[in-house]
Design a protein. Structure first.
Length: 619
């Protein structure tokens, strides 16, 4: 029998490795920028064209490479970061495996220009598909200039499954932010299709966070700092009022490396127990410093998952540190004024104050009893004012009529009418005669049904009703725009701007009028009809956060996200008291929906307690 096991060629092995290390254009930027950080760069410039599909260029002013090192850097497992296996447990650099550059060049066309400070001439190296095409001396600055073109040109299947440009650019911005937030001592720039997205100067951690995410963050951050024998923890957490359901910026860094750690995330969330509503998230930027021997970063190709030797102890440290920071913020109230753009009000000067009493003019001859004046008494012919007006009974007064009649515009769904609801599945549940509904604590609607007791969450039910209504209107483009009296201004971060530009046509189609003012500021001058009372900026932020989690090329998913965001904002809140007619309208419209058991995001809307279970409760 002949031998069947063969050693794979280097080109094939590099493409296999690239499948794990290089997943999308953002992966290339992550690896190249991290190499620039390890090289001691003080300025790093990133330039992308077509979200990295056409080209990615990373220019740094680091140490650079000699001609021999430049050639050797593209060989598998060639690295300057470690020398022995023991070095894996004392890592102080971002990279160490020596897989990034060979993986990149195996699926793209790469041109490298690099020079060290000691060399007069640099080296230009050209590679394609993992093969060296040429190497020659060139004139260039100290550092490295990587140009990666036509990513996945030789792997059509991988290139085909790349997402839209807006989605890929959003991933690039996310990878860029993770590195920029932990290296404030480095100046960064990022250009996309010739447009400057980021220009970050060297600064401190707090200012870097503000530069990346906007000035509003400066008033929302609470400092955290603690020193222990196990680790040191510093950074910032958000105030309780900054909690959001989606889009909260949450970052963990350990030894200047970004990481994902669900266990520590629970510690932060527990510190805000009873301070933020259930299901909402607070932003945080927490930086750990631990002994490299106490962590293992070599457990995942992307190096974002890290194991700690003392996870439980560090969990307690995180919980205590965040609780202490939030407690200090709550116990020491402060008055902070945002004076940016406000008019300057002159300070009161007590020295210039005059003690002279203002002069007043008095007429000593005035006598109110001698002067004619107009009486406030009713005119004698007052009956003529009511000629032609028919009397009405007190029970038909306009005030009482407005109180007793429910607001149909709030509860009516375009999905179905009451007549349709009469033949809905509710017939098999609700009693034949008109039911009486009971409201529990302004949150639950309870109704006696044939099989027992039906309990409906009024907010979730209305979310389901409005979701299907808005989804139909979005698909049919039946929204009309309502101009707001006072346009609101919203400031977005760079990733949020990318998402907004991707969904701008859809927002316009459903009635939003959003105009760019430059510098990340946008004005909202129009909202979909029927949403005039909703905070337009908060609604727009929720829509952007939902769209960021949805591939923009999939219209149905995007429309669903838009409809759900609007339904959550406009649905009746928990705690609102409803009349019996209003509760009946909610129940009838709920059973007209395509799915009346669950909300669009999978939460239970209604439940029925069986009659036998109710009987058993009483023994």
């Amino acid at each position: 029998m002949s031998d069947i096991i063969q050693l794979l060629p280097d080109a094939v092995a590099n493409q296999i490795a690239a499948g794990e290390v290089i997943q999308r254009p953002a992966s290339v930027i992550k690896e190249l920028v991290e190499n620039a950080v390890d090289a001691g760069a003080t300025t790093i410039n990133v330039i992308v064209v077509d979200a990295g599909r056409t080209s990615i260029q990373v220019i740094d002013d680091g140490k650079g490479m000699s001609p021999t090192d430049a050639r050797l850097a593209f060989e598998r497992h060639a690295t300057s970061k470690i020398r022995a296996a023991e070095d894996l447990f004392a890592l102080t650099t971002m990279g160490f495996r020596g897989e990034a550059l060979p993986s990149v060049c195996s699926v793209s066309q790469v041109t490298l220009k690099t020079r060290t400070e000691d060399d007069e001439l640099g080296t230009m190296l050209t590679l394609a598909g993992g093969k060296v095409m040429s190497q020659e001396p060139c004139s260039c600055g100290v550092g490295a200039n990587f140009l990666v073109e036509n990513l996945f040109y030789n792997v059509p299947a991988r290139r085909k499954f790349l997402k839209s440009n807006s989605t890929e650019l959003n991933n690039i911005l996310t990878a860029f932010e993770r590195i920029a937030l932990v290296n404030p001592q480095i100046a960064f720039t990022l250009h996309s299709n010739g447009v400057e997205v980021f220009n970050l100067s060297r600064t401190n951690i707090r200012q870097r966070i503000v530069d990346v995410f906007g000035k509003r963050f400066n008033q929302e951050l609470i400092p955290v700092k603690v020193e222990t024998t196990l680790c040191s923890l510093s950074g910032f957490v958000g105030k309780p009022e900054t909690a959001r359901k989606k889009g909260a910026h949450q970052y963990f860094f350990v030894n200047d490396r970004y990481m994902k750690h669900p266990y520590f995330h629970k510690a932060v969330q527990q510190a805000y127990d009873r301070l933020v509503p259930t299901g909402e998230q607070v932003p945080y930027f927490l930086y750990f410093k631990v002994d490299p021997h106490d962590i293992d970063v070599n457990i995942h190709p992307t190096k974002t998952e890290i194991k700690f030797d003392n996870e439980q102890s560090i969990w307690q440290i995180v919980l205590a540190a965040v609780r202490e920071a939030v407690g200090k913020y709550n116990n020491i109230p402060s008055i902070e004024f945002d004076t940016d753009g406000m008019p300057e009000i002159p300070v009161f000067n007590a020295v210039k104050t005059s003690n002279t009493v203002p002069a007043t003019n008095i007429n000593p001859q005035y006598n109110p009893f001698k002067s004619p004046h107009q009486s406030n008494a009713a005119p004698r012919d007052w009956q003529r004012l009511y000629e032609g007006v028919s009397p009405t009974s007190p029970s038909q007064s306009p005030t009482q009529e407005n109180i007793s009649q429910p607001d149909d515009s709030l509860f009516t769904s375009s999905v179905g009418t009451d007549n349709a609801a009469a033949s809905s599945p509710a017939d098999s549940v609700i009693d034949e005669k008109s039911p009486t509904h009971y409201q529990y604590k302004g949150q639950l609607i309870m109704t006696a049904v044939k099989s027992g007791l039906m309990i409906v969450d009024q907010h979730r039910a209305h979310v389901r009703i409005l979701y299907e209504r808005y989804l139909h209107m979005i698909r049919d483009h039946r929204f009309c725009s309502q101009t707001v009296l006072f346009p609101e201004v919203i400031r977005l971060s760079a990733p949020e701007e990318v998402v907004l530009e991707g969904i701008m046509d859809d927002l316009t189609a459903i009635g939003f009028s959003v105009t760019s003012l430059g510098g990340g500021d946008y004005t909202v001058s129009g909202v979909p009809g029927g949403m005039e009372g909703v905070a337009s900026t908060e609604l727009l932020r929720d829509i952007i956060a939902g769209a960021a989690e949805t591939p923009a090329s999939v219209k149905d998913q995007l429309y669903s996200s838009l409809a759900l965001s609007m339904a959550r904002k406009t649905a009746i809140p928990a705690g609102q008291v409803l009349s019996n007619e209003e509760m009946e309208t909610v129940v009838n419209n709920l059973f007209s929906c395509s799915n009346y058991n669950y909300t669009p995001d999978g939460k239970l809307v209604m439940s029925i307690i069986q009659q036998r279970d109710l009987t058993n409760l009483l023994g």
